[in-house]
Design a protein around this ligand. Structure first.
Ligand code: AHM
Ligand code: MG
Length: 348
């Protein structure tokens, strides 16, 4: 049976009391926006040639950078939906409050319009990530920050679209993770990956290993275990540099993706609200886990919109082993701190 994304979100409504008609309508906004974005992504390399004359393309439209275009397209598509009260994006410094005082506005949507900025101009997979919250109870509805500064565990839906060898939309409303592939011949997202489960153990690890000298020690220990066969097999390395694409492979093939704190980014590089949160939500829904190295990503109470976080996400087995390494490192640190303290007390 062929099931479209639109049909699927209606079916989810029947399974879930929390999934309202307004949420379906909101989610369908991603269909139009992502089709518009992907059509521009597919033409990305042609822009300079076809748009050379007066900076306009063959349709006479003004050319924009792809990430700006993606951002504006998403904002336009979601702005039209009455149930959206707040929009926040990686590209905008502040969240946008759309409907002051409207009781119809129930949701906040937060997104990274085009993740993988270093890959945009070189025809490598990039994607859009999104996270949806309900309007928080007992909050000032006119303060858009209060809509978005909620822990990831409060997400009512999350997902991403990747623009790769095909265009794939993956989402969850807390009832499993489902993937849809865009059939370009009919312009429809078709269900191709129903109820995705991450393999308990995979064979790939994904990290920018060039920063190894700047990683906390237990990350290095863990990577060595993955490579040496100490975890039952020798893992192979894959790193695309678009987190959304690296995660998509990890979701389907298993393994682990890591972006620890480094000297340049002491809090980690990835953004909590529109990168780590939606991916962590999907990973948990698919049987995996996600942490910042110390705690579950979805439990973190955010303090600002663009806050960064270390991010480790993967299948059950790899995450348990990573947690073991992190716990042992913390225990070692505690022992050293206690030893230092007792030496100071003794000598002092
Ligand atoms: P972006 O949102 O500007 O694209 O930055 C995030 C990206 C991630 O997709 C990717 O994992 C990471 O940056 C790559 O960083 P680096 O080039 O330092 O490895
Ligand atoms: Mg990004």
């Amino acid at each position: 049976m062929v099931i479209s994304f639109q049909q699927h979100i209606v079916q989810e409504q029947n399974h879930l009391l929390g999934s309202s008609v307004e949420l379906q309508w909101l989610l369908s906004g991603i269909i139009l926006a992502s089709k518009l974005i992907q059509s521009q992504v597919r033409r990305a390399g042609l822009v300079d040639i076809l748009g050379a004359l007066e900076n306009t393309n063959v349709q006479g439209e003004i050319q924009q950078k792809l990430d700006v275009y993606a951002n504006e397209t998403l904002i336009t598509c979601f702005r039209q939906r009455a149930s959206v009260g707040v929009i926040a994006s990686e590209e905008n410094e502040h969240p946008i409050l759309l409907r002051r005082g409207s009781s119809d506005a129930q949701y906040a949507i937060i997104f990274d319009p085009l993740d993988g900025s270093s890959n945009i101009d070189v025809a490598v997979t990039i994607g859009t990530t999104f996270s949806i919250f309900c309007r928080p109870e007992n909050a000032d509805a006119d303060d858009p920050l209060q809509w978005v500064l909620q822990p990831g565990s409060k997400q009512v839906a999350a997902g991403y679209v990747i623009y790769g060898s095909s265009t794939v939309l993956v989402y969850s409303v807390g009832n499993g993770v489902h993937g849809f592939t865009l059939d370009p011949s009919i312009g429809t997202y078709i269900l191709t990956h129903e109820n995705i489960r991450m393999p308990e153990q995979g064979g790939y690890y994904s990290i920018n290993e060039s920063y190894v000298a700047k990683f906390p020690g237990h990350y290095v220990e863990y990577i060595n275990k993955l490579k040496s066969g100490a975890l039952g097999k020798s893992y192979s390395s894959r790193f695309i540099g678009s987190m959304v694409a690296d995660f998509h492979r990890t979701l389907l093939r298993g393994g682990i993706f890591l972006y620890p704190a480094t000297g340049d980014f002491p809090e980690g590089r990835l953004r909590l609200l529109y990168e780590a949160n939606p991916i962590a939500f999907l990973a948990e829904q698919a049987g995996g886990a996600a942490t910042n190295g110390e705690r579950r990503i979805l439990d973190i109470e955010p303090t600002h919109l663009h806050q960064r976080s270390s991010f480790v996400v993967g299948g059950k087995f790899e995450m348990e082993e990573f947690e073991r390494c992190a716990r042992e490192a913390r225990e070692k640190d505690d022992i050293l701190t206690n030893q230092k303290r007792s030496r100071v007390e003794y000598t002092g």
